[in-house]
Design a protein around this ligand. Structure first.
Ligand SMILES: [Zn+2]
Length: 139
């Protein structure tokens, strides 16, 4: 008879394209891609510039931005997260101009309003090699 397994928290499936992004996060750096030709900054990691298909460099974000939108999750799809509810999912407009989906964390998160300034923090996962870029209110 099979034993019931405790639910596992999901982790990113790291591939060749986004590996530098996750290595940066593990080192406490939020990395974005910048086009070597047109200079466009983009997130999430892709193989080429979405505007001109040129090669990309990695740049370090300042890790600051503002809350574009947010929602609260009170019943997570994955039961492994049920002790963390409510989970604050946010879209952040980074100061580099790209929008990033993430989580708002920290003691002050209940006070979040649209447009609030945020700064990146890195949360350790149960995998010692993976940290998740999250955000805290900065004001
Ligand atoms: Zn480009």
């Amino acid at each position: 008879m099979a034993e019931a397994r405790a639910p596992q928290k999901s982790l990113p499936k790291i591939n060749k394209v986004d590996q530098p992004y996750w290595e940066g996060a593990a080192a406490g750096k939020l990395l974005l891609q910048k086009c070597k030709s047109c200079g466009k900054v983009q997130f999430f990691p892709r193989v080429a510039c979405v505007d001109c298909f040129s090669e990309l460099d990695w740049i370090e974000s300042k890790g600051t931005g503002k809350v574009h939108t947010f929602t609260l999750v009170r019943v997570p799809r994955n039961p492994a997260f049920k002790e963390e509810v409510p989970i604050y999912y946010i879209n952040v407009i980074l100061d580099e101009g790209v929008i990033m989906e993430s989580r708002l964390v920290g003691d002050a998160k209940e006070k979040v309003k649209l447009g609030d300034r945020v700064k990146v923090v890195f949360q350790q996962t149960h995998d010692p090699n993976i940290k998740l870029p999250c955000f805290e209110l900065a004001n």
